[in-house]
Design a protein around this ligand. Structure first.
Ligand code: SF4
Length: 211
C-alpha cells in the first residue's frame, strides 16, 4: 500500500495549486450543456484545442440534439474528421442525441447514472458534464488527474475508479470540481507524462514520485 497524503497535506497542496491556477475552467468551448456533452465525447484521446477547432464549425450547423439525431453517422463524420476515433464518436453522438430526445425531452440529464446511459459517456465524461455544466461537485478522473494524483500521493491506485474514490475522501467536497481542474492544469503545464518538470514544481516537497 502506497503512502497517501493526509488531509492537512492535501489542503496545502491544493492551496498551492490554487495560487498558480487561480481561475481554472475547462478549455473546451461550449455555450450550453448539450454542446459541452458533445465536446467532452469528442475529447477522448484528442486535445481540447483540436476539439475546439472542430466544434467551431460543427456548432454553427448543428445546434441541438434534434440536429444531430436526424443525421446518419456517416454524415456527421465529415464534420468531426479532425478528431481521433471520429467514426465511433459519430455513432455515439447520433445515438446519444436520439436518446436525449426520446428519454429526456431533449435535455441533457443531470444525474451521473442517467448520463452514463448515453452512448460514449463513461464516468469521467459524466463527471465533467455534472461539474462544468450543472455546477455539481464531481471529480472527473482523466489521464492528467490520474497521473498527477497518483504521482503526488493524493491517490495510490492503478485504476481510475479507485483514484476517484480516494480523491473524494481526501479532498473536501466543495473543492472537487476545482481540484479536477487544478490537477489537469498541473498535468498539462508541469507534471507532464514523460518529462515532469519536478524542479520547478510548487508542490515537489510533498510529491511521492519526486521524493
Ligand atoms: S514533483 Fe514532479 S512528479 Fe511530482 S507533481 Fe510535481 S512535476 Fe509531478
Amino acid at each position: 500500500m502506497k503512502e497517501l497524503k493526509t488531509k492537512e497535506e492535501t489542503k496545502d497542496i491544493l492551496k498551492r495549486l490554487e495560487q498558480i491556477y487561480p481561475d481554472p475552467e475547462t478549455e473546451l468551448q461550449y455555450s450550453n450543456p448539450f454542446e459541452l456533452l458533445v465536446a467532452v465525447i469528442l475529447s477522448a484521446q484528442t486535445t481540447d484545442k483540436q476539439v475546439n477547432k472542430v466544434t467551431k464549425d460543427l456548432f454553427k450547423d448543428l445546434k441541438s440534439p434534434k440536429d444531430f439525431a436526424r443525421l446518419e453517422p456517416q454524415e456527421l463524420e465529415d464534420y468531426i474528421r479532425g478528431v481521433g476515433l471520429y467514426r465511433n464518436k459519430s455513432k455515439y453522438l447520433v445515438k446519444t442525441s436520439q436518446k436525449i430526445i426520446k428519454d429526456y425531452d431533449g435535455k441533457v440529464p443531470q444525474s451521473r447514472s442517467e448520463l452514463m446511459k448515453l452512448s460514449g459517456v463513461g464516468r469521467k465524461t459524466a463527471n465533467v458534464v455534472l461539474s462544468c455544466a450543472f455546477d455539481k461537485d464531481a471529480i472527473g478522473v482523466d489521464t492528467h488527474v490520474f497521473r498527477v494524483a497518483n504521482r503526488i500521493g493524493l491517490a495510490g491506485s492503478d485504476n481510475v475508479e479507485e483514484t476517484e474514490k480516494e480523491l473524494m475522501q481526501v479532498i473536501p467536497q466543495n473543492l472537487w470540481s476545482l481540484a479536477h481542474h487544478w490537477l489537469i492544469f498541473h498535468g498539462r503545464n508541469i507534471c507532464k507524462s514523460r518529462t515532469p518538470k519536478c524542479d520547478e514544481c510548487i508542490i515537489n516537497e510533498y510529491c511521492n514520485y519526486y521524493n
